[in-house]
Design a protein around this ligand. Structure first.
Ligand code: VGL
Ligand code: ZN
Length: 205
């Protein structure tokens, strides 16, 4: 059984949002077309409280993109984004959600960031996604969404570590940084992930 994970396809991550991924909304028609090809579709949602420690605004004399150490972990500081219950945190209105059976929220603890849909960045707390997928009989995980070099990349790493056969659909994601994405793809491949373009999934079987 296979599952499609839709990572953080939220208003704040598309052009016009507070942490816009260039061309991020371009993936949505593709992601909608891909959904019927999978046994299970699950989404994640970045869901931060006001004053989250990953926000530059939570630190005096810091700006977005600064690198700091946060409670013992390296942390990139971001503009305020995906604030709980705000329109920016909503799934994009064009995203088809009829087949989305569960939504896993992450980034809710104020003191720690959570790029992956499986764990926080310190691997201290699981979201429950891995157990949920196993409970549904899933052995193969496919990933799409935003951003390719952050939340999609870290979700794919955790998917591999959890023992799922892991495939990143490379044209169904967009990165914040093209260089960061190239490095992320090379790392994923070296760890056993498969990279695939959507036509291979959409072509008649
Ligand atoms: C993300 C930075 C901060 C993402 C979330 O969804 O890739 N990136 N929070
Ligand atoms: Zn975030």
């Amino acid at each position: 059984m296979n599952a499609l994970l839709l990572i953080d396809i939220q208003n704040d991550f598309v052009p016009g949002g507070r942490l816009a991924v260039p061309d991020g909304d371009a993936i949505i028609p593709l992601v909608n077309a891909l959904q019927p090809q999978f046994d299970l579709v699950v989404a994640s949602q970045d869901w931060h409280p006001a004053g989250h420690h990953s926000f530059a605004s939570s630190h005096a004399d810091r700006s977005a993109c600064d690198q700091i150490e946060l409670h013992g972990l390296p942390q990139t500081l971001w503009p305020d984004h995906c604030l709980q219950e705000t329109p920016g945190a909503s799934l994009h209105p064009d995203l088809e959600t009829h087949r989305v059976e569960a939504i896993f929220r992450k980034g809710t603890a104020p003191e720690i960031d959570s790029y992956s849909a499986f764990h926080d960045n310190g691997h201290r707390k699981a979201t429950g996604l891995a157990d949920y997928l196993r409970g549904r009989g899933i052995t193969e995980v496919y990933l799409a969404g935003l951003a390719g070099d952050y939340c999609v990349y870290f979700s794919a790493l955790d998917s591999l570590a959890e023992g799922f056969a892991t495939t990143l659909i490379t044209d169904a994601t967009r990165p914040i940084s093209a260089d960061g994405f190239r490095a992320a793809l090379a790392d994923l491949q070296s760890k056993g992930a498969r990279l695939l373009e959507s036509p291979a999934l959409l072509a008649p079987q």
